[in-house]
Design a protein around this ligand. Sequence first.
Ligand code: NAG
Length: 145
Amino acid sequence: MMRSTLFFVLMMFVTMIVAAPIRSSSDEDSTEGLTKRGSKSTFSGTGTWFLPATEGGSTGACGPKEGNNSPIVALNSPQYGNMSKKSSWCGKKIRITGPKGSVVATVNDACPECKHGDLDLTPVLFKKVIGDMDIGVGKISWHLA
Ligand SMILES: *[C@@H]1O[C@H](CO)[C@@H](O)[C@H](O)[C@H]1NC(C)=O
């Protein structure tokens, strides 16, 4: 009697371990907003501009080289995830809409000081989406293209 109860408890325990989903915490960070919330999510925040070739070097956090006229953006760090790694956002095409217009750009970098929803744009994109580089900031919304 005692032995079979112990066996039953042991089997329950094994089943629980096997049934538990195996996920690393870094997966959760880097996919935040990308898969968990679904690909149709729209984000909004502040758009700013940066010069990749002179600020932080010309190699984006994602790897590929980028210049001041590249159609790329730096994604805010909360959504990018671990900045010393390639995010699952890397290489994703997004459509960004602002007061001036709408463009499609590729995520190639991370913006450490940006808040959730924010994007740092290259000048070529900033001019098309927000406009005045002297003002330098504007409201944007974006989603996967
Ligand atoms: C980020 O990634 C690096 C390289 O894999 C790792 O050493 C570091 O611990 C990670 N940091 C966090 C906060 O997960």
